[in-house]
Design a protein around this ligand. Structure first.
Ligand SMILES: NC(=O)c1ccc[n+]([C@@H]2O[C@H](COP(=O)([O-])OP(=O)(O)OC[C@H]3O[C@@H](n4cnc5c(N)ncnc54)[C@H](OP(=O)(O)O)[C@@H]3O)[C@@H](O)[C@H]2O)c1
Length: 356
């Protein structure tokens, strides 16, 4: 039974529903120029953090974005701890880092979907370097299949385990060290945390969880441990090549990987080159920016999501026209399209299976 007080509260909220959008609009229009000026001044008068001899731990460094972030930090003189499961790939990346000038690279084979694996990554880094200055959370898995194909949700828990709990657990173990060194957290999220993408239900949910967790943690940590969240659009990597989890919990291989990759909405958007993405992400972290969308044009989509969500349904169009869309054709002409999936060097272990 609704009481008189309930009715009054509903009425009060009704008034706010009417006037709040107007107040917000006025606030946005009046504060935006001031904020924009402040951002420019801040950029001009803030010195980027020097990374010389700073210890940077990067999760998911055996390929894609993590690999290129490692190269970027190497050029800046940082000392690196690189984590992933594929040992050989990790060693190859470490070798290249040395070539780019990194004086000390530690490779750690660990499963970031496991709490123990996250602890191992932090412990071994601190044991080796005696400190930790920057934690880059990047290891991740994607899924490409419609939700209704999933019979057993247990099979794909790995997505949440790695993408969300892996970030949370590593943060938990690293925070005392970051506090001690006056260090920072750098988090690879995704525009997927705001923009729904077909056939990526669990992946998108994991990225939205990452966003919510770190935006909240930022409020708790304040400036003690700054957090830079970067949200990439579609970037060339193993993931966009089709290294995607299937309803069985294993990665797609061969023809299935090709077919699944084709079914994802990736093709509609121009691919952003991985080295350029890494350069911008590391620059954002060095300037201690809170949140960057790379490339920035994606951020306009957030307004569409907030004010005209119906328009997002238009992406269904990509399912039919993605293959021949003008964006995709232009991108391919510029050499920025997605090429045939490569051999991912499939191995036994969580998510992996031997190629038939
Ligand atoms: N590519 C894009 O378009 C895009 C866009 C937005 C955000 N992102 C995010 O960028 C991050 C990196 O992805 P990517 O695009 O560079 O793809 P990628 O080339 O597949 O890289 C993923 C990395 O994560 C590692 N990894 C996966 N599961 C792991 C586990 N259980 N334990 C330890 N390491 C694990 C992989 O190494 P091993 O397999 O050797 O363990 C690999 O180094 C992900 O968080 C992804 O969500 C990517």
């Amino acid at each position: 039974m609704e009481t008189l007080k309930d009715t009054m509260l509903v009425g009060l909220n009704g008034v706010l529903e009417l006037i709040w959008p107007l107040i917000m609009l006025v606030t946005l229009v009046t504060t935006y120029p001031v904020l924009a000026l402040w951002r420019v001044l801040r950029r001009l008068f803030t010195f980027p953090l020097s990374m010389q001899d700073k210890v940077v731990l990067i999760t998911g460094a055996s390929s894609g974005i993590g690999e290129h972030i490692a190269y970027e930090y190497s050029r800046l003189g940082a000392l690196l701890a690189l984590v992933a499961r594929r040992g050989e790939q990790l060693e190859a990346v470490a070798q290249k880092c040395r070539g780019f000038g990194c004086k000390d690279v530690l490779t750690i084979q660990s499963d970031m979907g496991d709490e123990e694996g996250c602890k191992k990554a932090v412990d071994e880094t601190v044991q080796h370097f005696q400190r930790l200055d920057t934690l880059v959370l990047n290891a991740g898995l994607i899924q490409i299949f419609p939700f209704e194909e999933l019979e057993d949700t247990q099979k794909v828990r790995s997505i949440m385990d790695v993408n969300f709990w892996g970030y949370v657990n590593t943060t938990k173990f690293a925070l005392p060290h970051l506090r001690r060194s006056g260090g920072q957290l750098v988090v690879n999220d995704s525009v997927a945390s705001y923009l729904p993408q077909l056939k990526n239900t669990i992946y998108n949910a994991s990225k939205a969880a990452v966003s919510a967790f770190f935006e909240t943690l930022r409020l708790e940590l304040g400036s003690d441990v700054p957090i830079t969240l970067f949200l990439p659009g579609v970037v060339k990597s193993d993931m966009t090549d089709g290294k995607a989890v299937q309803p069985s919990g294993e990665f797609a291989t061969g023809d299935t990987a090709v077919r699944r990759r084709g079914e994802a909405g990736f093709g509609l958007f121009p691919v952003f080159p991985t080295p350029a993405l890494a350069r911008r992400a590391v620059a954002a972290a060095r300037y201690r920016l809170q949140r960057v969308v790379i490339p920035s044009w994606y951020s306009l989509m957030f307004y569409i999501q907030a004010f005209e969500p119906e328009l997002l349904q238009l992406q269904l169009w990509s399912q039919f026209s993605g293959k021949n869309s003008p964006v995709k054709k232009t991108t391919e002409m510029l050499g920025g399209g997605l090429k045939a999936p490569k051999d991912f060097n499939f191995k036994e272990g969580r998510g992996y299976k031997k190629e038939e």
